[in-house]
Design a protein around this ligand. Structure first.
Ligand code: ATP
Ligand code: MG
Length: 249
């Protein structure tokens, strides 16, 4: 049984002056898949995410989500179709509680559908936010100020904010960056749990994480797809070893 293609790019390209940051990238991600994108610094991973999320427009190429072409759509329109991105740059309101941060995200999303306009909307939004916090392991910290969370907990709160929109496709840019080994292990478990009900694309540098969570891996190098395959295939790929894995990662 082969699942349908959820996200597809065709010769996706982004130039910055003479630099081609993303260079004719063809990628197909299937429904329910956990895909990792790896590659050295400057390979074009974050730019690729920005093109998908509508944060930045491609200079050439096309993007499809389900059967719909989304090339050039503004970010809010892409988000409404069910694509959420968890940012490297923090998205958190430090002076709100952990719960309020997620509640605001739940309601901000719901307003687009005029879904919470009933009087009990606030309670429902709170209940949903609490459920999401439990999913990411922050249930016990709901009443704390976001500013008081540890770095790893803040990253989990960002995940909770991304989940508030109940996305079909979740894009995570370096979800374990700056985490201790223990926090990294927790995050691996968390991402696997999230991936059970949706499609996830992760940019990640830590090979241990990549090899443990991915169904398939795409390797970018100088904006181009160098290789794609299962973790075993990527580990055994000579070109990948030479240009990336060989660097002692
Ligand atoms: N807004 C921009 N203006 C000009 N150049 C940019 C811009 N954004 C990215 N670049 C350049 O495009 C290339 C790809 O950058 P990108 O951030 O996508 O790489 P990356 O693979 O995410 O790297 P890292 O692993 O360090 O996060 C780099 O050479 C970067 O300097
Ligand atoms: Mg990046």
């Amino acid at each position: 049984m082969s699942r349908s293609v959820l996200l597809r790019t065709e010769r996706l390209t982004r130039e910055f002056g003479s630099l081609v940051a993303v260079d004719r990238v063809d990628v197909e991600v299937r429904e329910g898949e956990l895909r990792s994108i790896i590659g050295p610094n400057g390979a074009g991973k974050t730019t690729f995410f920005r093109l998908i999320s509508g944060e930045m427009k491609p200079t050439a190429g096309r993007i499809w989500f389900r059967d719909r072409e989304i090339t050039g759509l503004p970010q809010h329109a892409v988000a409404r179709l069910g694509i959420a991105k968890s940012y490297q740059i923090t998205n958190i309101f430090p002076h709100l509680s952990v719960l309020e941060n997620v509640r605001v995200a739940v309601q901000g999303h719901a307003r687009a559908y005029d879904f919470w306009s009933r009087a009990d909307g606030l309670d429902e939004a709170r209940a949903r936010a609490l459920g999401i916090l439990e999913t990411v392991g922050l249930g016990a910290k709901a009443a704390d100020l976001a500013a008081h969370l540890s770095h790893g907990e803040k990253r989990h709160l960002e995940l909770a904010i991304a989940l508030a929109t109940d996305p079909v496709l979740l894009l995570l840019d370096e979800p374990t960056a700056g985490m201790s080994p223990e926090e990294t292990d927790e995050t691996i478990v968390l991402i696997r749990g999230l991936a059970a009900g949706r499609t996830v694309v992760v940019v990640e540098h830590k090979m241990k994480v990549v090899m443990r969570i991915s169904d398939r891996i795409t390797v970018l190098h100088q904006g181009q797809v160098l290789a794609e395959g299962t973790p075993e295939e990527i580990r055994a790929n000579e070109r990948v070893q030479k240009t990336y894995l060989g660097a002692g990662r």
